[in-house]
Write a protein that binds this ligand. Structure first.
Ligand code: ADP
Ligand code: MG
Length: 336
């Protein structure tokens, strides 16, 4: 891993000011932008795959042939939930956006989905229209106080099959308060137990750190999805994250596995987006989801509208991308 990280981040293009410039784009394939990391295939830049219109059997944005992710069959019964932490200690990589939209896409497939806001910033709650400052009980109270019924804290969203347990800034105190608890890493796992059978998937939107809250999320989970922003320092810190996941698997939660790495904010017009995806695939291989999420202003727009993209811009390719992601996750066995 260190090698890949080093190569990707120290490549001339990474440091160079023209990584995103048209010049970089128009440089011939054998030109001076070659980094030693990526040899793009013989396609001309105009034909390099974006994330739109990549049908099954065609070359996808990860440089692999796109499989056919069939519409998943309807479920006859629900639960127990598979719990997935959306985790990357880097901020702004698309954790919250992916939690909301993957959750919404799974709910569209008839899966019962619960989203847990596990970041004191409360962006997941706000992004789904929950007025965080007016809340009397949130995930914080469930973690640090006894006697709450978790079902009273669950809120329904405007989407069928999509529920949320919100958070607000109160949660920032939990990290300190939990330190003195017995089995402090397992508090969230205990909190979630009573409702596990009510859902097919529980997605936990982690905060950007590897502190005790994130350790709790990983200890409660079956799987981890790592969103990675397609930009040159994307892989920085991933080694530490994987190491943390390995430790938690060894010491606290042997069932934990990495479900996959999701490339986000991909811009098919820039060479460096494609290079980052390629280096991530070179290193992590089949762990990288075939689905790649493009950069589009529709995401911040839909957050402002407090809606998932699947309802805010239902026919937009970005909504389609998260639907494909949901089908891919189900096809991989990452969700029922
Ligand atoms: P994180 O939870 O990892 O901090 P967010 O999901 O909050 O990241 O995303 C950070 C910012 O980037 C937000 O303003 C969000 O609207 C925006 N964003 C996320 N995904 C995309 C995307 N694919 N294209 C454009 N903007 C995005
Ligand atoms: Mg977030």
């Amino acid at each position: 891993m260190t090698n890949v990280v080093t190569t990707a981040t120290e490549s001339p293009t990474a440091e160079g000011p023209t990584a995103e410039s048209p010049t970089a784009e128009s440089t011939p394939a054998n030109g001076s932008v070659a980094t030693g990391v990526v040899e793009m295939p013989e396609l001309s830049p105009a034909h390099l795959p974006g994330t739109q219109n990549v049908g099954a059997g065609q070359m996808g944005p990860t440089g692999r042939v796109m499989p056919d992710f069939a519409e998943p069959p309807a479920l006859r019964s629900h639960g127990p939930a598979r719990i997935i932490a959306m985790c990357n200690q880097k901020g702004g990589v698309g954790k919250t956006t992916s939690t909301i939209n993957l959750g919404a896409a799974l709910a569209e497939c008839g899966r019962k989905v619960l989203l847990i806001d596990f970041d004191p910033q409360g962006a997941l709650s706000v992004g789904l229209g929950v007025p965080t400052y007016e809340l009397e009980v949130t995930i914080y109270n469930l973690l640090v106080e006894r006697g709450h019924n978790i079902r009273d804290v669950v809120q329904h969203t405007s989407m069928e099959n999509l529920d949320i347990i919100p958070a607000n800034i109160d949660l920032s105190a939990a990290e300190v308060q939990l330190v003195g608890e017995v089995a402090r890493e397992m508090v969230l796992a205990r909190v979630l137990r009573p409702i596990e059978d009510d859902y097919d998937v529980i997605l936990i939107d982690c905060q950007p750190s590897l502190g005790l809250l994130t350790v709790n999320a990983l200890t409660a989970s079956h799987g981890v999805i790592i969103p990675l922003e397609c930009e040159f320092f994307a892989m920085r810190g991933v080694a530490l994250l994987v190491e943390t996941i390995d430790k938690i698997c060894d010491r606290l939660n042997p069932r934990l596995k990495v479900d996959g790495i999701l490339a986000t904010m991909y811009d098919s017009r820039t060479l460096h987006s494609r290079e980052v995806v390629r280096s991530v695939v070179d290193h992590f291989g089949e762990l990288v989801f075939h689905t790649v999420i493009s950069r589009t202003v529709k995401f911040p727009d839909s957050s402002l509208a407090a809606e998932p993209i699947t309802t805010y811009a239902s026919t937009h390719s970005a909504a389609e991308a998260y639907r494909q992601m949901a089908r891919e996750l189900i096809a991989r066995g990452g969700a029922a």
